[in-house]
Design a protein around this ligand. Structure first.
Ligand code: TNX
Length: 534
């Protein structure tokens, strides 16, 4: 190569290097991003960070917790970006150009709080606990283009609007319940459900594991509960159950996403599946028939028999051993076939059994008829607050799940193909526009641990059915639990929700396209149509 050409080539290289390094960051407005739940505070600085194939994720040396969240983030963005970001342990992650995940000593940041600082050079996510980092990662996820949710490689750029977000949850308990007893759902469906609720910063999955129609958790000392009691479901089709290993797989999957699984064994009513499996649990020593209908309130354990308490001790003992969380839910709702005085002594005794296995008890608020321990929780589900107020009077804290606002199995309207309407129709607005702490007189913020949206399973048979009832109401419940009241308004929320359309499409969520929401029209129309014609 002659000298002139070489010089020209070097010049061209230098110019292109210069051009490349001078590439101006795209101006972006953080305040215009449509985050759900709405963060505590947000300051926009008008620029952006460009996540490229070269971007690394930095964590502090010896911080196992941040390493775990960093790996989750790397895995989350890999399929759509095609990047495989390296996670590097360094001494000062915040000095690096790239993404830094830092666990700080700053206790002002509560257990789930985080701060996110985005500049042109770096993204610094800081929290006091790994859970805070994890929720911060969900915010990063929503700040990235919606196509981040796809599982095939997409064209960038992958830019994040710059600014500062400081965020922390308003309530410590933010959950959803899945009824796997009326219709059974396998491990993969439950994992998807976990991923969906994690995306909106919910931290509790309540599994309703037993009911009249089915017993869904293997109990080794009482094997017939699942082999017989788990064999059917509503409508009479084949049922199913989780082996203890499968159940642990669910619990671990949830734990990796900072979600606590709360298992429920419903009793003394809602127990036909157990009564059909073991004669000794019945007053007349005869097994009942398996039940595949949808009535409630007809079954009861025999509260006078000692074997009943041996049974419960065995069940709670095995379940407690599978449960890293602090709570076990004992149901206690609609025990219409149990005499009131028997019900009270039953709940008192079961509460002691739960404590003897080092767990705390949760019951549907009906349990407040008994003498509750102060560390038990009562779950408000009826539309009237009487039972929950009885619990408050015993200094017991409340989980708010009022059926006429928070039940995911209530139909949206009279033509909704799935769900029930005994508590009325719950459209997307009704689901969102209420306040947890002013719902019932006598139950105020200091009495409440948080919110849970239960999905009962009488009418749902497939994951698509689940998603249709859960979306788009669930992000609203997540926001009610996470965001401060000053950051909540229906007018603002419905716009932000409408902007999720593209993301829902890419996540393949079979959501109900409520006419109350201004769904933002983008290219995902095609994807949704394809799914509908399938
Ligand atoms: C009432 S809510 C029930 C469930 C039903 C649900 C249907 C509660 C504690 N009990 O057994 O599945 O209504 O919406």
């Amino acid at each position: 190569m002659n000298k002139r050409i070489r010089i020209l080539l070097i010049q061209a290289l230098l110019v292109s290097l210069l051009l490349f390094s001078c590439k101006k960051p795209t101006p972006k407005d953080l305040a215009k991003e449509n985050l759900i739940p709405q963060p505590d505070s947000l300051v926009a600085t008008g620029s952006s960070f460009d996540w490229t194939a070269k971007t690394k994720i930095y964590v502090q040396e010896k911080q196992e917790g941040s390493q775990q969240v960093a790996n989750y983030l790397a895995k989350l963005i890999a399929p759509s970006t095609g990047f495989t970001p390296e996670v590097k342990r360094v001494t000062n992650p915040a000095d690096k150009k790239g993404i830094a995940l830092i666990l700080s000593d700053d206790t002002i940041l509560g257990d789930e709080a985080y701060t996110l600082k985005i500049t042109e050079k770096r993204v610094v996510l800081e929290a006091h606990q790994p859970a805070g980092l994890f929720w911060g990662v969900q915010t990063i996820r929503q700040l990235l283009p919606a196509k981040i949710e796809l599982d095939s490689v997409q064209k960038g750029p992958w830019e994040l609007a710059s600014g500062i977000i400081k965020d922390a949850p308003n309530y410590q308990y933010r959950g959803a319940m899945l009824d796997v007893a009326r219709h059974f759902f396998g491990v993969e469906d439950v994992k998807r459900f976990i991923d969906l609720i994690a995306a909106y910063k919910m931290n509790v999955l309540h599994l309703h594991l037993t009911d009249d129609q089915g017993w869904r958790i293997e109990i080794k000392s009482w094997p017939n509960l699942t082999t017989h009691g788990g064999s059917t479901q509503v409508g009479g089709e084949k049922g199913g159950f989780y082996t203890q290993n499968q159940y642990s797989e669910i619990v671990n999957y949830a734990q990796e996403r900072f979600i606590t699984v709360i298992p429920e064994i419903d009793m003394p009513g809602h127990t036909n599946a157990a009564l059909a499996s073991y004669a000794c649990l019945n007053a007349n020593n005869k097994v009942t028939e398996l039940y595949t209908g949808t009535n409630v309130g007809f079954s009861t354990l025999d509260t006078d028999k000692e074997i009943t308490y041996k049974f419960i001790d065995d069940v709670i003992g095995e379940l407690a051993a599978l449960t890293p969380g602090e709570y076990i839910h004992i149901g206690g709702d609609e025990s219409n076939a149990t005499k009131k005085k028997d019900y009270i002594s039953f709940v008192n005794r079961v509460q002691k059994i739960v404590s003897s296995h080092k767990k705390k008890m949760i019951g549907w608020a009906d349990v407040a008829a008994a003498e509750l321990e102060e560390n038990s929780l009562a779950q408000f589900w009826q539309t009237k607050p009487d039972n929950a107020i009885k619990a408050v009077n015993q200094n017991v804290k409340i989980i708010m799940s009022p059926a006429n606002r928070a039940y995911l199995d209530m139909q949206y309207d009279s033509i909704c193909p799935l769900g029930l309407h005994w508590a009325g129709y719950v459209d997307v607005k009704k689901a969102y526009q209420w306040s947890i702490e002013s719902f019932a007189e006598g139950i105020s913020k200091e009495n409440i641990v948080g919110i849970e949206a239960p999905l009962w399973g009488e009418t749902i048979e497939t994951m698509d059915d689940i998603e249709y009832l859960v979306f788009p109401r669930l992000p609203g419940y997540a926001e009610l639990g996470w965001s401060k009241n000053t950051n909540k308004s229906w007018d603002g929320y419905r716009i932000r929700l409408g902007q999720q359309k593209e993301r829902f499409g890419y996540m393949n969520i079979n959501y109900y396209q409520s006419p109350l929401i201004p769904w933002a029209d983008r290219e995902n129309e095609k994807i949704i149509q394809e799914k509908e014609t399938k």
